[in-house]
Design a protein around this ligand. Structure first.
Ligand code: NAD
Length: 266
């Protein structure tokens, strides 16, 4: 599962699953571009990787990028090519969950819809649009995209209707790109269940049963109870992403891999 001489771009790489993915890919030898809206946190993650990973690890660089802005996404890919000469792996990990603005559907505003679809769906589309030509430029015929959706794409997660729709669309996008770009580029998607990250903490905080609560906390607590293996760590998802990015997954494309502790098996 080594990724030596590969360059990986990870969106939302400064926090949670994205930061764990950057660390894991670098430990396995990839040069990693930590791309995030939060430039300070991205720089801190890249600096931590540079200082803490071993001798056979890859390098790390940070870039500020809002994935909902196509110019910024184009610049992100150009930055990766400038820093490390090539792009082999794209991890579409950045996403937002605005539980308070996202359900019930009768209350969803255009603003919330634009925000959620802008980051969670336009973001991966822009990133694929600009990364795939860069992958082809390597001449290796071996690019990889790993998308990060959610179990919300596979089973109902009430009161997060737009988020759920964006993640379902990302699974569909994965399949169509996998077929469209085979055999040159493999495209797969992981669907995490409940993972202990700042996004989860924020979701639990936003829904503490106080004024404006959507009751989503109950949904999350039920999800945790219904997960046979319990909540996952960001590194658990990162290792699945690293596997799909590696040559050990050479025969896998268009696949949807739940990393959910058995939640969707129930
Ligand atoms: P997180 O909030 O900890 O990290 C998300 C990162 O994305 C942050 O660093 C944030 O700054 C960045 N980001 C937000 N908007 C951005 C934008 N417009 N452009 C670039 N970067 C942006 O989240 P996480 O929990 O690590 O989630 C990572 C992925 O995993 C997301 O796609 C999420 O939907 C998915 N996921 C998470 C869980 C969970 O339980 N935590 C479950 C299922 C799926």
């Amino acid at each position: 599962m080594r990724l030596d001489n590969r360059t990986a771009v990870v969106t939302g790489g400064a926090s949670g699953i994205g930061a764990a993915t950057c660390r894991t890919l670098a430990e396995r030898g990839a040069d990693v571009v930590v791309a995030d809206l939060d430039s300070e946190a991205a720089a801190a993650t890249a600096a931590e990787i540079e200082s803490e990973t071993g001798a056979d690890a890859g390098r790390a660089a940070a870039v500020e990028a809002d994935v909902s802005d196509e110019d910024a996404v184009e610049a992100m890919i150009e930055h990766a090519e400038r820093e490390f000469d090539r792009v082999d792996v794209l991890v579409n990990n950045a996403a937002v969950a605005a539980r308070e603005a996202d359900g019930p559907i009768t209350e969803v505003t255009d603003e919330a819809y634009e925000f959620l679809t802008g980051v969670n769906l336009r973001g991966p589309m822009y990133a694929c649009k600009h990364a795939i030509p860069a992958m082809r430029d390597t001449g290796d015929g071996s690019g990889v995209v790993v998308n990060n959706a959610s179990v919300a794409a596979l089973v109902a997660e009430p009161e997060m209707d737009v988020y759920t729709a964006t993640k379902g669309a990302l699974v569909s996008l994965t399949r169509s790109l996998a077929v469209e770009y085979a055999p040159e580029i493999r495209v797969n998607v992981v669907c995490p269940g409940v993972v202990e990250t700042p996004m989860l903490e924020a979701a639990l905080d936003d829904t503490d049963g106080g004024e404006g609560s959507t009751g989503g906390q109950e949904t999350l607590e039920r999800m945790i109870e219904d997960t046979p293996l319990g909540t996952a760590a960001p590194e658990d998802v990162a290792r699945a992403v690293a596997f799909l990015a590696s040559d050990d997954a050479a025969a896998i494309t268009g696949a949807t891999l739940p990393v959910d502790g058995g939640y969707t098996a129930r």
